[in-house]
Write a protein that binds this ligand. Structure first.
Ligand SMILES: Nc1ncnc2c1ncn2[C@@H]1O[C@H](COP(=O)(O)OP(=O)(O)O)[C@@H](O)[C@H]1O
Ligand SMILES: [Mg+2]
Length: 235
C-alpha cells in the first residue's frame, strides 16, 4: 500500500434516507491521474465531499498519506495536503483574483506566503488579471483560477470535480496539459471526476466508474472499451 497516496475502504454516506455511497473502495497511487466517472447523480461529488471532509461518512475508512483521516474535519485534511477544485468552480465573485488566491492559501493553513512562481507560470491570468473580480471572469478563466486557488495551498493530492464541464475546448486542452505537467514535474497526484471519455483516455492513468453509489468497474484507461462505456456511461 506504500505507493497508494489515498485508499478508501467500504465508505458509506447517506443524505437522510438517500444512501449516496454504498461500500466504496478506491485507490489513488502516487503520481497518477486517477479518474472517477459515471452518469449524473451516481455519487461522484458526494465521494469527493467525503474525501475532503465536507461530508461525514457514516462507515468506512479513508487513509491519506499513511494516516486515517476518516474523522478529521475538512480544514485539517486541507492542511495535510488535500486540495479541492469543486464542481461549478465556486469562485468568490465579489473578491478579486488575488483575494481568491489568498483564501486558498489560508484554507491550507498559510504554508505559502506568496503565490508560487510555478502556479503563475501555469496560469498567467492570475497575474495579468489579479485585480479583476472573480465574477467578471469567463467560465474558462474561473476554472483556471479555481485550480490555481487549490494549488497555492501546496496540496499532495488535487481533487477536481468535473473541471471540463461547460468549458471551451482550448481551455480544456490547457487544463489537461497543466494536470500532466503537475504530475510529471511537480510530484502531484490527481483524482479527477470526469464524464468526458476522450479526456480520460488522453490524460488519465486509471479509471473507476460509479453507478448508484457503488464502484462498478475500474482499470487502466487503455481498457476503457466501448462495452464499458455503453453499459455505464452512455446516456
Ligand atoms: N444535499 C443533498 N441532499 C440530498 N440528496 C443529495 C444531496 N446532494 C446530492 N444528493 C443525491 O445524492 C446522489 C448523488 O449525488 P452526487 O454525488 O451529486 O452525484 P454526481 O456528482 O455523480 O452527479 C443523487 O441521488 C443526488 O440527488
Ligand atoms: Mg457531481
Amino acid at each position: 500500500m506504500g505507493d497508494m497516496l489515498l485508499s478508501i475502504r467500504d465508505l458509506e454516506f447517506s443524505y437522510g434516507a438517500v444512501q449516496a455511497l454504498r461500500g466504496v473502495n478506491l485507490d489513488v497511487s502516487r503520481g497518477s491521474i486517477t479518474c472517477l466517472m459515471g452518469r449524473n447523480g451516481v455519487g461522484k461529488t458526494t465521494l469527493v465531499g467525503a474525501i475532503m471532509g465536507l461530508l461525514k461518512s457514516s462507515a468506512g475508512i479513508i487513509n491519506f498519506d499513511g494516516q486515517i483521516v476518516t474523522n478529521w474535519p475538512a480544514f485539517k485534511r486541507a492542511r495535510s495536503g488535500i486540495g479541492l477544485v469543486p464542481q461549478g468552480r465556486r469562485i468568490f465573485p465579489k473578491l478579486t483574483v488575488s483575494e481568491n488566491l489568498i483564501v486558498g492559501m489560508q484554507a491550507a493553513g498559510g504554508r505559502t506566503k506568496a503565490i508560487p512562481d510555478s502556479v503563475v507560470e501555469m496560469f498567467p491570468i492570475i497575474k495579468t488579471m489579479s485585480g479583476r473580480l472573480g465574477g467578471d471572469l469567463s467560465g474558462g478563466q474561473q476554472q483556471q483560477l479555481a485550480i490555481a486557488r487549490a494549488l497555492v495551498g501546496m496540496p499532495k493530492i488535487l481533487l477536481l470535480d468535473e473541471p471540463t464541464e461547460g468549458i471551451q475546448p482550448n481551455i480544456i486542452t490547457q487544463i489537461g496539459h497543466v494536470l500532466r505537467k503537475l504530475v510529471q514535474e511537480h510530484n502531484m497526484t490527481v483524482l479527477l471526476v470526469e464524464q468526458y471519455v476522450d479526456f480520460v483516455r488522453e490524460y488519465g492513468d486509471h479509471f473507476y466508474i460509479m453507478n448508484r453509489g457503488r464502484i462498478v468497474a475500474n482499470g487502466n484507461t487503455d481498457q476503457l472499451h466501448a462495452g464499458v462505456i455503453q453499459e455505464h456511461l452512455s446516456v
